[in-house]
Design a protein around this ligand. Sequence first.
Ligand code: IPE
Ligand code: IPE
Ligand code: MG
Length: 240
Amino acid sequence: MAKAKVDLPDKVPEHVAIIMDGNGRWAKQRGLPRLAGHRAGTENLRRIIEACVEFGIKYLTIYAFSTENWGRPEDEVSGLMGIFDEVFERELTELHKQGAKLNHIGRLDEVRESLREKVIKGMELTKNNKRLVLNVAFNYGGRDEIVQAVKSIIKDGVEAENVNADVIADHLYTAGMPDPDLVIRTSGEQRISNFLIWQAAYAEWVFPETLWPDFGREELLAAIREFGKRERRYGLVLQN
Ligand code: IPE
Ligand code: IPE
Ligand code: MG
């Protein structure tokens, strides 16, 4: 039986970014170790990617690991690296089948070799896919991204008077991509935590209470519907 067509608002965000938060609390509620929450959190990614393709979203940026997350206990960090290793291995074929193009944002040079190689292999395999761009923010920090951008602008020899917002945007990891229209932070926390601090300047934000491992297609749809009701003003006065 063909799937009924989903009722989407007129305005669907082109670029959705997600702060996937709440894995630890999800595990705690079940009396499980934090890593069990991280594992559940990655298992849920596949359905979100599928739903993004279904809803016609063109860019999905997910915050997987921040530059600050290295400061967590050593066993959580190494456990997380092991989970990422498995996920890149396991999900790559599926991602490719979905027509998604994998892109990494953040500092790949500081990531252990086995993982770095998998990410590079994944980007190579999926580079011609057009349906969805999946940006994985991994060892990503918004401030670090801006520092890297400033360094590369200086290295490119750009004169001070020629530096403008477009030049900066062109030196970020997201160069050439549209800014996120909608940022979702799960788990009820309401802060940016160093995510896309430049690019999200005019994004619409939603803060569902759902913990990330429980955030599925329906919750994503609810966030998109909420976005559809928002009036984006960009600092202007709109005439009705
Ligand atoms: C988000 O879940 C995943 C990462 C930061 C890697 P958390 O681990 O932050 O979960 P909570 O916030 O402790 O519930
Ligand atoms: C942000 O969540 C990072 C990721 C989801 C990868 P955190 O849980 O690390 O952020 P804080 O510490 O609550 O601000
Ligand atoms: Mg958290």
